[in-house]
Structure formats: structure tokens, C-alpha cells
Design a protein. Structure first.
Lengths: 115, 114
């Protein structure tokens, strides 16, 4: 099965600086990579995703990059704000034939934005 | 849309008792997933359903865990008998078929088994 490694486990950055979270996956056939943000006491919420036929995707202050050869993908948050403080999870999955499957998650990164 | 609804939000029980967690997926979603979150193991998939049919239950820890989906708008996860190591946050998520991969998570049920 798929195995996803995520680093770092904790990341502290100054407000306004950039934050980068990295993940590696084991199954080269995986083709969908979502990122979830989990705030205290809430369920994970999708913030951005990328498919294997795309190398980079941006949505305002957040971006995700994918290197299929190296089997790793990263989340980039620019101009960080206090509300970005949360736990971030990467995940990987193989989708085929329109069928959904369960996600394999990384262990999470606790992002702390220092004022 | 109300999103995925889970109940109860918190549950405290004693070892050996039966626990039932409930989930109402987003209307129209064909897939329903049950995950468990702990500090040690992170987020783990327990079981998922497609059109009310269990597809993969390989993540269910042991026979003490069972899940049902009697109709498209309701699912339960039952633990009987419960043990302290079952203490965790249990999430339900749902998603559309037809290539829609986004899974929408509920707020979770925080379970504490004493």
C-alpha cells in the first residue's frame, strides 16, 4: 500500500514569512495529492490539491508543487498570517476508472505563525 | 449545505461498554469514509462505503469494530466492547463519485474510554 512521509512535524515562522511543508510518497502509481488544513477541534478541510499530470498549482497565497520522478510534493504558503496557524496534512491516492478510495495521510505538520 | 454531520461530538465511556458513532454524509455523495485520528498513528482509514456497500474494511482494527450504512444518509461505527486504546477522534467524510476526489470531513467525535 501507499506510505506518505511528511516533514517537518512542527514549523514555526514569523508572520509575513513563507512556510514550506514537504511530503514523499511510496507508490509511483499515485495520481492525486490533496492538502488538508485542520484547525483545533475541527475536521480536516481541503485547501489545495494537485494531480499527477500537473507540476504546480497556485491559489492566492498557497501553492503546491509535485515532482513525480522523486515522488515528493510540497506545500508553499507565502505572506503567512496568524490564521494560517493549524495542522496541515498531505495525502496521496491512486484514482482509476472514476472510483474513489481512502486517502493515505502524512502524520501532519503543526504550523505556528509567530506575531 | 450543512456539511457532514457527526454525533455525538464527545463521548466518554467505560471500558467494556458499547459505543455507537453516527454520521450523516452530504446529500448526494456516493462515498462515505470512516477515519480514526490519534497522536501516535495520525489519520487512518478504517472503512469506506460506495452507494451504501462496504468496499474496503481492511483498516478496521479488529472484530470489536463494525460499521453499517443502512441508507444513503446515515452510517454508524460501533465498538463493542470498547477498550482504552480505542480513545481517539473519529472522523466521517464523504465525496462524490464521477471523478470528484474531494473528501469533505465532519467535525469528528472525540471518544474517551476509561
Amino acid at each position: 500500500g501507499e506510505n506518505v512521509e511528511q516533514h517537518p512535524s512542527t514549523l514555526s515562522v514569523q508572520e509575513g514569512d513563507s512556510a514550506v511543508i514537504k511530503c514523499t510518497y511510496s507508490d509511483s502509481a499515485s495520481n492525486y495529492f490533496p492538502w488538508y488544513k485542520q484547525e483545533l477541534g475541527k475536521g480536516p478541510q481541503l485547501i489545495i490539491d494537485i494531480r499527477s499530470n500537473v507540476g504546480e498549482k497556485k491559489d492566492q497565497r498557497i501553492a503546491v508543487t509535485l515532482n513525480k520522478t522523486a515522488k515528493h510534493f510540497s506545500l508553499h504558503i507565502t505572506e503567512t498570517q496568524p490564521e494560517d496557524s493549524a495542522v496541515y496534512f498531505c495525502a496521496a491516492i491512486l484514482y482509476s476508472g472514476g472510483g474513489a478510495d481512502g486517502l493515505t495521510f502524512g502524520k501532519g505538520t503543526h504550523l505556528i505563525i509567530q506575531p | 449545505d450543512a456539511g457532514v454531520i457527526q454525533s455525538p461530538r464527545h463521548e466518554v465511556t467505560e471500558m467494556g461498554q458499547e459505543v455507537t458513532l453516527r454520521c450523516k454524509p452530504i446529500s448526494g455523495h456516493d462515498y462515505l469514509f470512516w477515519y480514526r485520528q490519534t497522536m501516535m498513528r495520525g489519520l487512518e482509514l478504517l472503512i469506506y462505503f460506495n452507494n451504501n456497500v462496504p468496499i474496503d474494511d481492511s483498516g478496521m482494527p479488529e472484530d470489536r469494530f463494525s460499521a453499517k450504512m443502512p441508507n444513503a444518509s446515515f452510517s454508524t461505527l460501533k465498538i463493542q466492547p470498547s477498550e482504552p486504546r480505542d480513545s481517539a477522534v473519529y472522523f466521517c467524510a464523504s465525496s462524490l463519485n464521477q471523478g470528484q476526489e474531494t473528501q469533505y470531513f465532519g467535525p469528528g467525535t472525540r471518544l474517551l474510554v476509561l
